[in-house]
Design a protein around this ligand. Sequence first.
Ligand SMILES: *[C@@H]1O[C@H](CO)[C@@H](O)[C@H](O)[C@H]1NC(C)=O
Ligand SMILES: *[C@@H]1O[C@H](CO)[C@@H](O)[C@H](O)[C@H]1NC(C)=O
Ligand SMILES: *[C@@H]1O[C@H](CO)[C@@H](O)[C@H](O)[C@H]1NC(C)=O
Ligand SMILES: *[C@@H]1O[C@H](CO)[C@@H](O)[C@H](O)[C@H]1NC(C)=O
Length: 525
Amino acid sequence: MQPVALLLACSALGLRGAVAEPPHVVFVLADDYGWNDVGFHGSEIETPNLDKLCATGVRLDNYYVQPLCTPSRNQLMTGRYQIHTGMQHQIIWPCQPYCVPLDEKLLPQFMKEAGYATHMVGKWHLGMYRKDCLPTRRGFDSYFGYLTGSEDYFTHHRCAHIDALNVTRCVLDLRDGEDVATGYSGVYSTELFTQKVTDIIGKHDPGKPLFLYMALQAVHDPLEVPERYVTPYRFIKDKQRRTFAGMVSAMDEAVGNVTEALKSKGLWDNTVLVFSTDNGGQTLSGGSNWPLRGRKWSLWEGGVRAVGFVNSPLLKNPGTVSQELIHITDWLPTLVGLAGGRMNHSKPLDGFDVWKTISKGTASPRLELLHNIDSMYVDIAPCPGNRYGNFSPEFTRHRVSVPPSPSQSDGFDVRIHAAIRYREWKLLTGYPGCPVWFPKPGTTTHPHWEDLNISKPSSLQNNIQLYNVERDPEERDEVSAQNPDMVDFLLTRLQHYQNSAEPIVYPDNDPKCDPGPDGAWGPWM
Ligand SMILES: *[C@@H]1O[C@H](CO)[C@@H](O)[C@H](O)[C@H]1NC(C)=O
Ligand SMILES: *[C@@H]1O[C@H](CO)[C@@H](O)[C@H](O)[C@H]1NC(C)=O
Ligand SMILES: *[C@@H]1O[C@H](CO)[C@@H](O)[C@H](O)[C@H]1NC(C)=O
Ligand SMILES: *[C@@H]1O[C@H](CO)[C@@H](O)[C@H](O)[C@H]1NC(C)=O
């Protein structure tokens, strides 16, 4: 009788939370949302809901993601670096026959084992060439969304060229569970996905813990939004930026609506809400990472330093800013820990449980962070100084294709595109991606390479760059010459990681992906 009595006593004293009522977890992932695109970083774009949730939660200011869609989502779902899944190169294109390896156990599977209802709404982008790759086969009880990386916000059509057939297909990519979802043409995806999410919340049995992954299409290109969201931004002269601002406003409203739905259902008091971007802003499509250097697709801070915060009534220190190093791989052990789940995983994680760091402000268990190692890296987007899509000559020779070598005795090959962080230090090797400091929106026209005084830094010529990103978050002051020991140490660490890397998987397009002129993108094998 005694333990039961004690339990009841605790309960009566309001210590119920300590006895185990796992929290609902709602993870909102924005797409291509840049550092300077949110109100709480000083953006000219208004985000009242995000600002309020951030101000009353814990803002993550030293928080990192991967520079691209598939890699960030992959690491969120596996808790493992992309070098450990063979997915260190790029994204999954619609006709590539691969997905996150099927022997990887994903976050929703852990949550399900811990007793959660698991739902996903939005962008998958983790592979779909066969049914086993789909979200519903990988731990989600329900799924509504699109499987590829981008599409039209209203028609939900994705266009892709199939080289082998020499045809361009622009067809539907929208699924309800595993079935093609028709009848949503004309419904703006930010509103559509919000509706689906609030429906799930409305129908949820409050007695069961909820894991809800909302992977918004916003604010990836194409730049599309109902006109009413753009009206407040007449003061923004640049049309791309103005439309983008409207898309951000719609997204901000979406997060407000989801929060309201959780409150009116009575779930909020026991909810942990995480908001994160998947990578830095795309400066070619209205995004801004100012004052950080670079953009999406690069290993500069503008590509990987993320907008993120946590809000929850369960936080012990609401209203604070965390400067502790946190990475997107950390969510898996953190959220499974909160769920009271077991990490009975056969594969080693690269993430850390950072719940105490977030909720109580203790030091992060993470001292080091591998940003990536990609021996096949190519930047496919035009970079200023190179308006026609090819690199300016002085950078071309840094864009080498190095055959992956699982282990190398004479040290790390510094021609390889790679970056690693240790405490305040960040080492970059090879060509990190577009190295421009894109100006603050509204202050100047599109920058020209020659005006930016970065044409020939000696550091880019020897392929090694070191920055103290705590003191110098804009990566202006290259200090490898002054810190040779730190350079050596970090090169050793890169080689250590390269030794543990899986060979890169990046298959050729399979023309059998062709959905035909009236079909839908989806599993073909
Ligand atoms: C592909 O199709 C286009 C027009 O449909 C045609 O102009 C072009 O020559 C074709 N290319 C090849 C390689 O067949
Ligand atoms: C938020 O909810 C309001 C009221 O129901 C609705 O009009 C609006 O479209 C919703 N916004 C989004 C982005 O879903
Ligand atoms: C992990 O735990 C779950 C639930 O307790 C169990 O079903 C599963 O078999 C375990 N897996 C391993 C590899 O131990
Ligand atoms: C580039 O250098 C010139 C000469 O040193 C200076 O006048 C100019 O302001 C610099 N431009 C930028 C964008 O820093």
